[in-house]
Ligand binder design. Structure first.
Ligand code: SAM
Ligand code: DTB
Ligand code: SF4
Length: 341
């Protein structure tokens, strides 16, 4: 097995980006196979449990109150409504349920409410993930106690590009929250967004920072900017699709054991592009018609994609093993590949 490195230089990362495309993909895919089943994809479903009205100014985000995006502020969803959505996600084949709130930070008064949601979702036999903004250590420990598996908190971009995108909190604030999450024994889901007008240097900077964290995030969402009318980043020049694939491949090379998620932006990607992303090292998706407020491919479309590419949902833990979930028809499921081979 490869040694996990935490000392990547910017030059080294840029040199990977600059490899001939086929060489880069070959290297990334070869390493991918050493650490993962190449035909298994982890499936998470997202739910916005508290939508809109956010005080932050993240330039990409439709939920920031200050931008006129048509997203209405809503209250925290009820336990019953969340349970129903989580059960539906499980029935559709998701193994993880991720709940997002448009908050700057988690307030102490909301900790017990979120903990209740976590307990309910966990009781259904799903892995749990929440993304609630900045978090304090004690709050992280309370959520862990409630059964939380993952906390999603993204670095979003390279340190030097961050101030182009967000002004209401610092990069260090994000690093501090990630430290609290790790210290509480939670698994980290941390990645960023590309296609925000950044240069390759900054895509490299994002991945370099992620890989040089004290531990590689267990889950690394690579979001392609979803441009939303009314946000400052609407109208940003489109990223070359092959540059997006390169970003996935370099993420795989830097963080070989992590699960890399082909995250936001899939709705505007063809099947061929997604197939290339899976080959380059992506092995997770968000599944279900909606991300938080924007669209995601239809479930039927994803099921067809899995079938066409012979992909299977990644299983986890004894609960999943006792009741395998088929995204495709049962007879199309090949025997699981031996990842230790
Ligand atoms: N409010 C919390 C926070 O910012 O940490 C949690 C929710 S926030 C919507 C979670 C992440 O979604 C952001 O960090 C960002 O990476 C991603 N995101 C938001 N809007 C996006 C967009 N338009 N395109 C791609 N990713 C987006
Ligand atoms: C992540 O990295 N991407 C997800 C999840 N973590 C919370 C969010 C994508 C949001 C896309 C815009 C929207 O639907 O509002
Ligand atoms: Fe608020 Fe999160 Fe959107 Fe930033 S990304 S505006 S913190 S909901």
């Amino acid at each position: 097995m490869t040694t996990l490195r935490h000392d990547w230089t910017r030059e080294e990362v840029l040199a990977l980006f600059a490899l001939p495309f086929n060489d880069l993909l070959f290297r990334a895919h070869s390493l991918h196979r050493q650490h993962h089943d190449p035909n298994a994809v982890q499936i998470s479903t997202l739910l916005s449990i508290k939508t809109g009205g956010c005080p932050e100014d993240c330039g990409y985000c439709p939920q920031a109150a200050r931008y006129d995006t048509g997203v209405e502020a809503e209250k925290l969803m009820s336990v019953e409504a969340v349970r129903e959505r989580a059960q539906a996600a499980k029935d559709a084949g998701a193994s993880r349920f991720c709940m997002g709130a448009a908050w700057r930070e988690l307030k102490d008064r909301d900790v017990e409410k979120v903990a209740t949601l976590v307990r309910e979702v966990k009781a259904l036999g799903l892995e749990t993930c929440v993304t609630l903004g900045m978090l304090q250590g004690e709050q992280a420990r309370q959520l862990k106690q409630a059964g939380l598996d993952f906390y999603n908190h993204n670095l979003d971009t390279a340190p030097e590009y961050y101030s182009e995108i967000i002004h209401t909190r610092t990069y260090q604030d994000r690093l501090d929250t990630l430290e609290q999450v790790r210290d509480a024994g939670l698994r980290t889901c941390c990645g960023g967004i590309v296609g925000m007008g950044e240069a390759r240097e900054q895509r490299a900077g994002l991945l370099q920072t992620l890989a040089n964290l004290p531990q590689h995030p267990e889950s690394v969402p690579i979001n392609h900017l979803v441009q939303v009318e009314g946000t400052p980043l609407q109208g940003t020049e489109a990223l070359d699709p092959f540059e997006f694939i390169r970003t996935i491949a370099v993420a795989r090379l830097l963080m070989p054991a992590s699960v890399v998620r082909l995250s936001a932006g899939r709705e505007s990607m063809h099947d061929e592009m997604q197939a290339l992303a899976f080959f380059a090292g992506a092995n997770s998706i968000f599944y279900g018609e909606k991300l938080l407020t924007t669209g995601n491919p239809d479930v039927a479309q994803d099921q067809a994609l899995f079938q066409r590419l012979d992909l299977q949902p990644m299983q986890f833990g004894p609960a999943a093993a006792s009741k395998p979930v088929d995204l495709t028809t049962p007879e199309s499921q090949p025997a699981p590949t031996d990842v230790t081979a």
